[in-house]
Design a protein around this ligand. Structure first.
Ligand code: C5P
Length: 400
């Protein structure tokens, strides 16, 4: 944390008293903490306490003492913005871009990662409005500190306690340490569907959006890897400069590109939904409608995963995906061995919000020694982080 510039935004909850301890911990770790408060937060803890601990003036208003506290400058200055405690009201404002105070205006201007530590009563936390705002904020790439369970200020017992300051600092440290942990590694990712031509107009395809593979590509690139993304027909366009995108259409094209890049690859993530069969003959002209039925003869496409699994040398690491509707675990673990993956990610199609085209996913990771981890329903960005962390642990770049 040494030298890290942290904006600590305190909003109006009784848990604001914990902000004093959080500032103290950040300063002790060598970080520079700039405290911002909403007007109501200042009723729970005085700006004087937080400015004394942070050794900096605390800002509560966009305009104070006829000076303008530039939200844009503050937003650009920070390496991270932490909103702790984050009330239901503030989460709602941030989720919808309402900037009627300094905290929400800085949030909109911030280019740095944002960490939110919610604090509220259990019914406010459980309320669908709050949960919808949390989902929305997560889908924008914000990071949430998990809420704790226990006695709340109201006397009720349940979920809604703000994460402890020590937990928040550990979370931030982990985030900064992880930042470049894949630098120098070459990662090959297949993503999206493939289209198998029937004639110049029609194709056989599937509903894959490419979102999961794209999120994994972005997570690896953000953490310093050099990523080659073999992307089937998808509307998405990766923005990160660490991602080289190779557009392909069919399984054959994806296979050829994968063989070309695999030689120099350290880690391959095979998340594409590759068609298993393609028309044996592609008509040169659009096929005319004739008769009540028609038959297409199909042939097998190359299995990219199996080819790379056969070519895999020591030091190379392959992650496969499985999407099963029956005997999920059994089928996934058979694929893991057959295709020589190091681990396999099992996608659920049974859970609402998981699978194709959603922004969320629910996965199980299966290892060759039968070790298995079931994850909660999360945003695809968070799932990508879980998968990349798991690769990091397996190849020894992450200790936890
Ligand atoms: O056999 P199945 O298609 O269920 O295997 C899924 C895994 O194999 C995924 O990782 C997928 O990207 C990969 N695969 C492939 N080439 C194929 C078929 C599947 O790379 N032709």
């Amino acid at each position: 944390m040494v030298g890290k510039k942290i904006i600590l935004a305190v909003t109006g909850s009784i848990a604001a008293y914990k902000a004093a301890h959080l500032v103290r911990l950040l300063v002790k770790k060598g970080a520079e903490a700039q405290v911002l408060m909403t007007p109501s937060a200042a009723s729970f803890i005085t700006p004087l306490t937080l400015s004394t601990l942070s050794k900096k003036p605390v800002f509560t208003e966009i305009i104070s003492d006829s000076a303008w506290n530039s939200h844009v400058e503050l937003g650009l200055w920070a390496d991270a913005m932490v909103v702790a405690p984050a009330t239901a009201n503030s989460l709602a404002k941030l989720a919808h871009g309402i900037c009627d105070n300094l905290v929400s205006a800085v949030y909109l201007s911030a280019r740095c990662p944002v960490f939110l530590a919610p604090a509220m009563d259990l019914d406010m936390w459980k309320h669908p409005s709050t949960q919808e705002n949390v989902r929305r904020l997560k889908s924008f790439g914000n990071h949430f500190l998990p809420v704790g369970y226990g006695e709340l200020a109201s006397g009720l017992v349940g979920e809604g306690r703000m994460a402890e300051p020590e937990e928040i600092v550990t979370f931030l440290e982990g985030f900064f340490q992880r930042k470049q942990d894949f630098s120098g590694r070459k990662v090959l990712i297949t993503a999206g569907p493939t289209y198998e031509a029937i004639d110049p107009v029609r194709f056989i395809g599937n509903r894959s959006s490419g979102k999961m593979g794209m999120a994994i590509a972005e997570e690896f690139a953000r953490r310093g890897a050099s990523v080659t993304l073999l992307l089937g027909p998808s509307k998405l366009n990766p923005a990160h400069p660490g991602i080289q995108t190779v557009r392909v259409e069919s399984a054959r094209e994806m296979h050829e590109a994968a063989l070309q890049f695999f030689e120099t690859t350290d880690i391959a993530i095979l998340s594409a939904a590759v068609a298993d069969y393609r028309p044996r003959n592609v008509a040169e002209q659009k096929i005319k409608k004739a008769g009540d039925s028609m038959t297409l003869e199909l042939e097998k496409t190359p299995d990219i995963a199996a080819s790379l699994g056969k070519m895999k040398r020591s030091g190379q690491f392959i992650v496969g995906f499985a999407l099963e509707t029956t005997d999920e675990l059994k089928n996934a673990s058979e694929k893991l061995v057959k295709k020589n993956f190091d681990f396999i990610v099992l996608n659920s199609l049974k859970d609402a919000g998981a699978g194709f085209n959603f922004d969320t996913n629910k996965i199980t990771i299966l290892h060759r020694d039968n070790m298995r981890t079931d994850f909660e329903l999360k945003t695809k960005a968070e799932v990508a982080e879980d998968i990349v962390n798991e690769v990091g642990r397996c190849i020894g770049v992450l200790a936890f």
